[in-house]
Design a protein around this ligand. Structure first.
Ligand SMILES: Cc1ncc(C[n+]2csc(CCOP(=O)(O)OP(=O)(O)O)c2C)c(N)n1
Length: 629
């Protein structure tokens, strides 16, 4: 059975699956009607599971929106109209969405709205480790935090219930390894949910306009709703105790609660533990009762001291006499609290607890050389960087942006020297170009990012005639996060979606210098970038080539292979090594014995983009041996 059919089963069942996938079953059970997202790890598998379901049954509407703010607004709008809605995105996505999300609890999303956040302790695939629990306080939105996939499923259902009941948004805060962990999950049977709700959006005058004096009563209502949810949190089974009368206690939440359970299971007299699954609003009575029964309480939480500060404040308010132990060293605020890190943390605070000081990882790790991230064989971005480098002068400034092309900052290209966020490059680049007549500025931007957050920086550059050259790395997809579609990607006509031309947008914005070159045409791209860099004002080069990973996968699925691989003509090869040192396609290797270049045909996709690189034309495309039979 495919995953779509598994998720759609009407009877109760149990199955091993990922936290992200389990959430989609919960969406089905809850009767979700609208789902939106902007891609970003660790959440894209939610979309994959949703797509698998939609192949069988159009149970809900799904879209990848232009960015997280738009995605949140679409879901919110649908909820205002009575549709139970879900929006999901990665941690930093909330920064983009927050300008609207901070208003959500002031209004009444009648259909219910669950915001799923993929936070990323350890920055496994993000540019920072931001702890989005802080947004809970700022937005007056309740937050659930599961510690495993079963809880992710159960908490989604509870979050949806609270949201519908109270007409308020609710956050399900996932973290990377809860999203991606696989576990056997017990699912309930699909209830009969009435989804053909009437459109309900008929607000009274000003009812949905949070402005000036209207804000105060709206805020009061939001705080009152939050207090109601807090009362529920006091008795929620998601906040639970393991108590044996110890004088020491630990308050924890999320994934660290599992590391903790494993660690303390080795102790003859373990501390008592309070696990919090509802982390906003906090069950302060439950917490204070727990504190009151212990002489010392340690707070075990990943990233910031969010719980710690709250617990200390609550204990202070009640004049409780106990020692509350939390974070003190910079390392305490960094990374995932896996068993190893948690052992270090607890031992540094309670050395007498009896946890063995096992600093070595429990699994043997082979002594492998480091493998830096790299672009795939045939990647059009590689050809682009190779060509752009030839157009650059030593002192030119290059500004990276977020996407696969960020890897251009690495050797041997070294293109892109500063990175902030999606779409920052033209703002930051403009700043770097000010009071700077001597160093030219080149900025980079992916095509998904162009639409996501790139446009305001571009409009600003056009408006103010900033002297920068933008290279748009157009590969037709959101490659880095797993090939999601975006406003500029080609869509089958039956999808009803329209493709927006980047060039037409730039022309519409009256950009004066626009060139468009296939990145495999390296000489032409070098020429175009040189000319653009010499242009005084804002110039754009669209460096296009389809994402070759996606193309080869799509072709393979259709049974199409080129049957060609690159090969080296040993007679011609002079060991110049530009294919390795300058172009750096991972398909090329130098054999350790003779120092000769050869091609790893397992990696080579036969794209031929490397042929132009060799000054003595020693690289050739050869037909694969098996094709000749
Ligand atoms: C605000 C925000 N949302 C999502 C992401 C996740 N993310 C990283 S790269 C990327 C897509 C980049 O796609 P594109 O601009 O087309 O470049 P490509 O990877 O295709 O080269 C996304 C969505 C992020 N880093 N920040």
């Amino acid at each position: 059975m495919d995953i779509g059919s598994i998720l759609l089963q009407e009877h109760a069942f149990s199955e091993i699956m990922m936290g992200n996938t389990a959430i989609v079953r919960a969406m089905i059970e809850a009767g979700v009607e609208v789902v939106t997202s902007y891609p970003g790890s660790p959440t894209p598998e939610i979309a994959e599971a949703a797509a698998a379901v939609l192949k069988h049954q159009k149970l809900f509407y799904f879209e990848y929106s232009t960015n997280e703010k738009v995605a949140s607004e679409v879901a919110f709008g649908a909820s205002l109209n009575g549709r139970l809605s879900v929006v999901f995105f990665k941690s930093v996505g909330l920064n983009v969405a927050s300008d609207s999300v901070v208003q959500f609890s002031l209004l009444e999303p009648a259909g219910g709205l669950v915001i799923i956040l993929g936070d990323d302790p350890g920055a496994n695939s993000s540019q920072n480790e931001q702890d989005n629990r802080h947004f809970a306080r700022m937005t007056s939105i309740p937050v659930f935090e599961p510690s495993d996939p079963q809880q992710a499923y159960e908490m989604f259902l509870k979050a949806a219930e609270i949201s519908v009941e109270n007409r308020m948004p609710v956050i399900l805060r996932m973290t990377t390894h809860v999203c991606h962990a696989k576990a056997r999950i017990s699912f309930a049977k699909t209830p009969v949910v009435k989804t053909d709700r009437e459109p309900v959006f008929r607000p009274g005058f000003g009812e949905c306009i949070p402005l000036t004096s209207a804000v105060a009563p709206m805020k009061k209502r939001a705080i009152q709703k939050l207090e109601k949810v807090r009362e529920e949190a006091e008795v929620s089974p998601f906040n639970f105790l393991t108590e044996g009368g110890a004088s020491r206690g630990i308050i924890t939440c999320g994934l660290p609660s599992l590391s903790l359970a494993d660690l303390i299971s080795e102790l003859p007299s373990p501390p008592d533990v309070l696990v919090l699954g509802m982390i906003w609003p906090l069950p302060t009575e439950l917490i204070c009762d727990f504190c009151d029964r212990h002489d010392e309480v340690m707070i075990v939480e990943e990233l910031d001291d969010f719980l710690e500060k709250e617990v200390k404040a609550a204990a202070f308010d009640r004049n409780l006499k106990l020692k509350i132990i939390g974070k003190s060293e910079p390392d305490d605020f960094i990374g995932e609290l896996n068993q190893q890190n948690l052992r270090r943390f607890i031992n540094s605070k309670w050395p007498d607890m009896g946890l063995k000081d096992e600093s070595a990882p429990s699994l043997p790790v082979a002594d492998l050389p480091p493998r830096p991230a790299q672009m795939c064989p045939g990647c059009g971005h590689r050809s682009a960087f190779y060509a752009i480098k030839k157009a650059l002068k030593e002192d030119d400034i290059t500004v990276a942006d977020i996407g696969c092309h960020t890897l251009g900052y690495m050797q041997p290209y070294n293109i892109g020297t500063v990175l902030l966020s999606m779409g920052h490059s033209n703002g930051t680049g403009a700043g770097l170009s000010l009071f700077n007549d001597t160093r030219r500025v080149l900025t980079l931007l992916g095509d998904s990012t162009f639409f996501h957050a790139g446009l305001p920086g571009i409009i600003n550059a056009v408006r103010n005639n900033h002297n920068i050259t933008l290279v748009i790395m157009e590969n037709g997809t959101t490659a880095m996060t797993g090939h999601q579609d975006h406003a500029g990607s080609r869509q089958p006509s039956e999808s009803g979606k329209r493709q927006i031309s980047i060039r037409a947008v730039l022309e519409g914005l009256s950009v004066e210098s626009i060139a468009e070159v296939d990145t495999y045409n390296q000489a032409q791209l070098t020429k175009a970038v040189s000319a653009a860099l010499d242009f005084i004002g804002f110039s754009v080069v669209i460096a296009k080539h389809p994402c070759m990973l996606k193309l080869t996968r799509d072709n393979r699925r259709r049974g199409v292979t080129s049957g060609r691989k690159a090969g080296i003509d040993d007679e011609k090869c002079r060991n110049i090594m530009d294919c390795i040192g300058g172009f750096a396609c991972p398909s090329f290797t130098v054999d350790s014995a003779g120092g000769k270049v050869s091609v790893n045909t397992e990696l080579c996709i036969g794209d031929g983009s490397c042929l132009q690189v060799c000054p003595v034309s020693a690289i050739e495309l050869e037909k694969e041996a098996q094709d000749e039979n």
